[in-house]
Design a protein. Structure first.
Length: 233
């Protein structure tokens, strides 16, 4: 459970969610979309890496930042209308070693900004539900933090060894309907849930080809580690 010191560095939208969850751990959130305002979008836009791969729009941090205020006002207006539409993802092969690659779906810059703003709000809620023994893709936690307690358990003789496992094609095989049901256990705000789901249903552009995703979600989206943790939890 987060305390006052851990709340200090958090953005306002996330602080509100954390404080509400602490007051009522079983609460379901009916009104959250309004938290994704222009300041929230601005924070998300500045988090994007300058050297990140580009989506189908070809936009990067540098040109977006030159007219950031105008871009964000327009983006917020589309979200409020609602006239916002997630653009197709651009497929990029990511090296995995031994000559292998995995496909990654890169979103357009504005879509990444929206995803990150949504992630900030959801993280403030779902982070409070995660178990203490969970370390993957969580703020302020690294792989070394996970190794330390395992090392202590083995040295105390409480375990004979450590087993490593991997979920094959974790995001590619996600059940979208089940994910929505899991998120709805905490978030009842239909507007926010639609913004989360928008990116799940867009197709992927691979060169000249356009592919619709009938199942799962394309890897690469900034919100996926969070919804993956919700699913695993």
């Amino acid at each position: 459970m987060a305390n006052a010191s851990t709340l200090e560095g958090m953005a306002p939208g996330r602080v509100k969610g954390v404080e509400r969850v602490q007051r009522a751990p079983e609460e379901r959130f009916h009104a959250l979309a309004h938290v994704i305002d222009v300041p929230a979008l601005e924070r998300a836009s500045r988090w994007q890496r300058a050297d990140a791969a580009v989506g189908v729009d070809g936009v990067t941090q540098e040109p977006y930042g030159r007219e950031r205020a105008a871009h964000l006002q327009g983006l917020h207006a589309r979200l409020q209308a609602p006239r916002y539409r997630h653009q197709p993802l651009r497929r990029v092969p990511i090296p995995k070693g031994q000559g292998k690659t995995r496909p990654s779906g890169i979103a357009a810059f504005a879509d990444t900004v929206v995803q990150d703003a949504v992630r900030e709000v959801l993280e403030g809620i779902d982070e409070q539900d995660c178990l203490e023994c969970s370390y993957g893709f969580r703020p302020g936690r690294r792989a070394h933090d996970a190794v330390r307690p395992l090392d202590q358990i083995v040295h105390r003789g409480e375990g004979a060894g450590i087993r490593e496992a991997d979920i094959v094609s974790c995001f590619d095989s996600e059940d979208r309907t089940a994910l929505k049901e899991m998120l709805a256990l905490r978030v009842v705000d239909g507007s926010l849930l639609r913004r989360i789901g928008t990116g799940w249903h867009v197709g992927v552009r691979d060169g000249e080809a356009y592919v619709e995703l009938a199942w799962g979600t394309a890897q690469g989206a900034v919100r996926l580690p969070l919804v993956g943790n919700v699913s695993l939890h």
